[in-house]
Design a protein around this ligand. Structure first.
Ligand code: 13P
Length: 287
């Protein structure tokens, strides 16, 4: 059964480790992540962006697929199904569809509007037993070929949003989605430290987990990060393994064109990536 992400992240914060949010794109992704979590006895959060939800046939399709796998693959570790960077309408749709957690990303609104909408969604999510993440300070990333550097959130605004009753908070600390550019300055630990000083026990979320070096990850965890989002790294691993299979001509040998064979190396590559991240985040054995 899906669970809210609150308990697993409160435990992670108290235990000084982080739980990975791995974004899913299809059945292979979902199965690879769930099986790895079970094998490693780790809690896990499946992230679904609005675009990925649409791609997979809608939020209800995703809920049906994930619930079916939990039962039929005997997944007993804590699993949360979480809307990633949801807009206002998508949040309500996911609450209805049977997600166990949502993120409302109001970081592009003026802070007053972010606060008002977040407050309303906190009540709606909690009424149905879901956990909710909010965001302060936009997280950069590539848009139309331009890489935005990622803002640093104002710690006072973080405190304001934390006080609305959100279960965990994403704050920009110079992190960005996708690959980091060569001239990236690294995470702002001063900002993270200032945010934690004001928000106390609230689990903090680090987006853009792809390509952040292990020492920065460890330092971020020591300063209160309890959830780390990874998406691009699984995509890169999947693409490289699939490319290798095709370049070696394996799809043309025997029944190598069978999708169950063709997608197998990529699926294994996702499993390896997820395991590596779980080791780095310290969540193995914490289910
Ligand atoms: P990456 O794609 O950089 O790993 O970021 C994932 C993320 O933060 C999803 O919200």
């Amino acid at each position: 059964m899906l669970v809210s992400a609150k308990e697993m992240l409160d435990k992670a914060k108290a235990g000084h480790y982080a739980v990975g949010q791995f974004n899913i794109n299809n059945l292979e992704w979902t199965k690879a992540i769930l099986q790895t979590a079970q094998e490693q006895n780790s809690p896990v959060i499946l992230g679904v962006s609005e675009g990925a939800g649409k791609y997979m046939g809608g939020y209800k399709t995703v809920v049906g697929m994930v619930n079916g796998m939990l039962e039929e693959l005997n997944i007993t570790v804590p699993v949360a199904l979480h809307l990633d960077h949801g807009g206002y309408d998508a949040c309500y749709k996911c609450i209805e569809a049977g997600f166990s957690s949502i993120m409302f990303d109001g970081s592009h609104y003026p802070i007053e509007e972010n606060v008002a909408k977040t407050k309303e969604l906190v009540a709606a999510a909690h009424e149905k037993g879901l956990s909710i993440e909010a965001e302060v300070g936009a997280i950069g990333g590539e848009e139309d070929g331009v890489v935005g550097m990622g803002e640093c959130a104002d710690p006072k605004e973080c405190k304001m949003v934390a006080d609305l009753g959100v279960d965990f908070l994403a704050a920009g600390i110079g992190n960005i989605h996708g690959k980091y550019p060569a001239n990236w300055k690294g995470l702002s630990f001063e900002t993270l430290d200032a945010i934690q000083q004001l928000t106390g026990d609230l689990p903090l979320v680090l987006h853009g987990g792809t390509g952040i070096p292990a020492d920065m990850i460890k330092k971020a965890i020591s300063l209160g990060v309890s959830k780390i989002n990874v998406n691009t790294e699984c995509q890169l691993a999947f693409a490289a393994a699939t490319r290798k299979y095709i370049e070696e001509g394996k799809d043309q040998e025997g029944k190598g064109y069978d999708p169950r064979k063709l997608l197998a190396p990529g699926t294994q590559a996702i499993k390896d990536t997820v395991k590596e991240k779980m080791e780095m985040f310290g969540s193995i054995g914490k289910a």
